[in-house]
Design a protein around this ligand. Structure first.
Ligand SMILES: *Cc1c(COP(=O)(O)O)cnc(C)c1O
Length: 357
């Protein structure tokens, strides 16, 4: 993509809010750093990239995003090692994916130079918000919305790309209980499930709230046409350990191609663990739970890294998984291996760390 000559303009905050934040007690995604990155799309081009103090913004009530949901996002993290060096983890994957998501929603691609320059300038300004220590990170939320004030049902001609940042500890640390979907779906063949589209989340809040009333934190979605294949958890891809083999569903236009998922598949190969990427049926996992060969289920995503799953229910049959939290669990192994790479505590033989200099 063309290199832009427009420099990112920077307006710094008059004061910092950092002293008001209790970093030992963070509620995920509620506190934001002092600055944000903003860039607008007008007349067929992205222009005026800028960093400004984090603040409320005004949009016309007719802005298309409010009516037709043209909104996509990313989730990534910055990490700091004990020497104060700052790293991103496979950020090119997030860059490529936000443009893939945008393309699916008929939104324009964002330029690579602005994405990385904006991100790095922002991380330099808000560097003090990135705390060292394994488990600490700065969660980064790039997103794009349609801002054009017009409610005719067609793609917009004006968009805003932004990045906001929120200090985080890895959340969902305790094991979660999940309900396997047998009626609702989050995505369909040919739909937008593979895009990180805001509407995919809206669509799963209601069925997830029904699951929560029954005592489950998350839903594991199944294929929309038959509800027989296990797909993903809606914010996380899902892995099953049967005996010593890992199994995860192949990506498709219904499943988000997670960076954590693909990293685990590679790490499994490095560690000599067989990982089968294939369709996995609800039936086979229930049978494996009954005969004792199902050792673990875990979710994988940037926010929580790895989330062990301690129980699942399908059509009123409840299964508790015994291996959760075991010292030799794959969940622990992959979480530690990933965290060590992310925090610059181990070799990075695949070149996944991206230092922010
Ligand atoms: C973001 C997301 C994931 C996890 O992707 P990562 O790149 O690993 O963070 C999984 N499923 C869905 C639906 C998601 O939106």
């Amino acid at each position: 993509m063309a290199n832009h000559t427009d420099k990112i303009s920077i307006e710094t905050a008059a004061s910092t809010k950092i002293n008001t934040v209790d970093f030992s007690n963070l509620d995920f995604g509620r506190v934001f750093t002092d600055h944000m990155f903003v860039c607008d799309y007008n007349d067929g081009k992205w222009e005026n990239p800028k960093i400004m103090p984090y603040q409320a913004m005004t949009f016309e009530p007719s802005a298309r995003v409010f009516h037709y949901g043209q909104a996509v996002f990313e989730g990534m993290k910055a990490y700091k090692d004990d020497d104060g060096k700052v790293f991103l983890f496979r950020p090119k994957q997030n860059f490529d994916r936000i443009n893939k998501s945008s393309g699916r929603l008929a939104m324009p691609a964002f330029p690579e130079d602005y994405f990385f320059e904006g991100l790095e300038a922002l991380l330099k300004l808000d560097n003090d918000w990135i705390k060292p220590g394994v488990g600490n990170s700065l969660y980064l939320r790039p997103f794009v919305i349609a801002t054009e004030p017009a409610i005719s049902a067609s793609p917009a001609n004006m968009y805003r790309f932004m990045i906001i940042c929120s200090p985080a500890k890895s959340y969902y640390n305790s094991a979660v209980r999940v309900l396997i979907a047998d009626h609702y779906s989050r995505s369909a063949n040919g739909g937008v499930g593979a895009a990180k589209a805001a509407g995919n989340y809206a669509a799963q809040f209601y069925p997830t709230s029904l699951a929560q009333k029954k005592g489950f934190q998350q839903v594991v979605w199944t294929d929309a046409s038959t509800h027989t294949f296990l797909e993903e958890a809606g914010t996380m891809n899902v892995f099953f350990r049967v005996n010593d083999t890992l199994i995860t569903a192949p990506t498709s236009d219904r499943i988000l191609d997670g960076v954590t998922r693909k990293s685990i598949i590679q790490l499994a190969e490095d560690l000599g663990i067989t990982c089968d990427v294939r369709q996995v049926t609800v039936e086979e996992i229930k049978n494996a739970a009954k005969d004792g060969s199902l050792k673990e289920i875990f979710g994988a995503g940037t926010a929580a890294v790895i989330s062990p799953i301690s129980a699942f229910e399908h059509q009123d049959e409840l299964f508790e998984i015994s291996g959760v939290g075991a010292e030799d669990s794959y969940a622990k192994l992959f979480k530690q291996t990933l965290l060590n790479i992310q925090h610059n505590l181990s070799d990075d033989k695949h070149g996944w760390r991206h230092e922010v200099k």
